[in-house]
Structure formats: structure tokens, C-alpha cells
Design a protein around this ligand. Structure first.
Ligand code: PMP
Length: 282
């Protein structure tokens, strides 16, 4: 695989990052994941906008102009012949002597790579995911997409040990989001409920696109927190993320929702999102 590191395209085995890189030592970096369908980038502008925001929040600079970031994405997709999958981008504060204070005048590290993956024909989306609730013990700035992903990894392992696919994180009795996705329920009267945006959750790019689809389809949307108890009374549930699109959730903490099959709203939104995002793909 060809990867991009600080201005160069190299074989992954030749890629080098300093052991002093603050991404490695402090998780001092941010990332974005953009999905690729039919060789094209999905929601690229949204991911770039969020990247800029994450960088600003951490007092980091923009690594290079938007046009250049787009051409690096395209070049990697082409060089690795990715038809379906993702492009991962990471920016760190760079390499400097280990010190908690941010270093000055250090060049940032910019890394991108691709991963081929089937997203449209996902077995998990077809079957529907089983989730379990896990305490949300992450830090308080989840609106920034940092590479500090240890707790979500631990939560995913707790879920797998319980025979589930993923965890829904719970803070003060209310669901924040999944380990790497936004969480939704559909109430018995057909209303889509998902937590409102704040520093408690990541503002998903897929979330914005899917809520837009839902409103265009005249579905009712409420942005507010919900509890696991409320979720257990829901007609259906689902998650959204760049690499999972809309993924139905069929079981929460061992209890099946409705008949235990993917719900109609989730299935419809998944289809609508794929169609709409392909139309706008670049
Ligand atoms: N929440 C968290 C914690 C995530 O890691 C992700 C995926 N990066 C999302 C939500 C979904 O965001 P997006 O739709 O932009 O992939």
C-alpha cells in the first residue's frame, strides 16, 4: 500500500514517523475518516470543515490548503485502486522533546492512508447490531476528533466480551453516542431521536447528512438525549458513521427491539443516504 507522509507518497514499509512525535507520546493530534464509494469521496467538504474546527480548538494550524488535501485524498485512492473503503487522515502537533507544554515552531505531521472495505454490502448492516451500555468515561471535549481513542477501544472490547457488536456510552443516565458512531432511537410514534450537539459528542458528518435525508423524507426528528430505559421501549434504533453509514441496531443490553430485525426507518435512511451521498460524491 502507498501511504502519504509529510509531502511524500511512500510504500507503507518505508514510512517513518519520529518516536518523539506528539501524536505517539501525547495523543496530541486529530484525524478524519472519509469513506470512498465507486472510487469517489463521500462528504469530503464536511470532513474538511470538521478537521479545521478540531485543529482550531487545539490551537493547531491547518496543514495545507483544502485543494491540496483533496488532491492527496484522490491521489491515494487512485494509487491504491480503492473502489470502496476509506481514507484516513491524521495531523499531529509534530515531533519535539517530550514536554507537556505545546512546542513552538515545530512542523506538524500529516499522514494519510487508505483501507479497502465493503461498506454498502455490510453483513452487520444486514443483520443489525447488538449493543450494550457502558459507562462513558471519556474526556469532556468529545466534539474534537482527537486520536485519543483508548476508552472507546476498551468499551468496544467490553461489548465484544459480552457477545455484542458495539457499546452505547452512557453519562448521567443518558446515552451520549456509540464508540465510533452517533446513536439514534425511533419511538413508537415514529419520531427519530438523537442527542443534541454539544461537547459531549462528536458532531458526525453522517449524522448531519442523515438528519437532512430524514427531514426531506418528512420524518419527525427530535434532537435530545435519551436513556437506555427509553431506548428499550423504542420501535427501532440505529447508528451513523462515515464507514458504517446507517447501521440498524436490533438489540440493546440483551433485549431485542420489536421483532429483532432491522427497522424500516433505518433501512430506508440507509438507502436514502447512500443514494444522496453518491450523487454529491467527488
Ligand atoms: N461519534 C464518535 C465518537 C465517532 O468516533 C464517530 C466516527 N468518527 C462518529 C460519532 C460519527 O462521525 P462521522 O459520521 O463523521 O463518521
Amino acid at each position: 500500500r502507498i501511504v502519504y507522509v509529510n509531502g511524500e507518497y511512500v510504500q507503507e514499509s518505508d514510512a517513518k514517523i519520529s518516536v518523539f512525535d506528539r501524536g505517539f507520546l501525547f495523543a496530541d493530534g486529530v484525524y478524519e475518516v472519509t469513506s470512498v464509494l465507486e472510487g469517489k469521496l463521500i462528504d469530503f467538504d464536511g470532513h474538511l470543515r470538521r478537521l479545521r474546527r478540531s485543529l482550531v480548538e487545539l490551537a493547531m494550524t491547518i496543514p495545507c490548503p483544502d485543494e491540496e488535501l483533496l488532491s492527496i485524498h484522490r491521489e491515494l485512492v487512485a494509487r491504491n485502486a480503492v473502489v470502496e473503503g476509506l481514507v484516513y487522515l491524521q495531523v499531529t502537533r509534530g515531533a519535539a522533546d517530550r514536554d507537556f507544554a505545546f512546542p513552538k515552531n515545530v512542523p506538524q505531521t500529516l499522514v494519510l492512508f487508505t483501507q479497502a472495505k465493503s461498506i454498502v454490502d455490510s453483513p452487520l448492516a444486514k443483520r443489525g447490531a447488538r449493543v450494550v451500555s457502558v459507562d462513558d468515561l471519556r474526556w469532556g471535549r468529545r466534539d474534537i476528533k482527537t486520536v485519543q481513542l483508548l476508552y472507546p477501544s476498551m468499551a468496544k472490547m467490553i461489548a465484544q466480551e459480552k457477545g455484542a457488536d458495539d457499546a452505547w456510552l452512557v453519562q448521567d443516565g443518558l446515552v451520549t453516542e456509540g464508540t465510533s458512531n452517533n446513536a439514534y432511537i425511533v419511538t413508537q410514534d415514529g419520531t427519530i431521536v438523537t442527542r443534541d450537539l454539544s461537547s459531549d459528542i462528536l458532531a458526525g458528518i453522517t449524522r448531519a447528512a442523515v438528519l437532512k435525508c430524514a427531514r426531506e423524507l418528512q420524518m419527525k426528528v427530535e434532537e435530545r438525549p435519551f436513556s437506555i430505559a427509553e431506548a428499550l421501549t423504542a420501535r427501532e434504533a440505529f447508528t451513523t458513521s462515515a464507514t458504517g453509514f446507517v447501521c440498524p441496531v436490533v438489540e440493546i443490553d440483551g433485549t431485542a427491539l420489536s421483532d429483532g430485525n432491522p427497522g424500516a426507518v433505518a433501512v430506508r435512511l440507509r438507502q436514502a443516504y447512500i443514494e444522496e451521498s453518491l450523487k454529491a460524491a467527488i
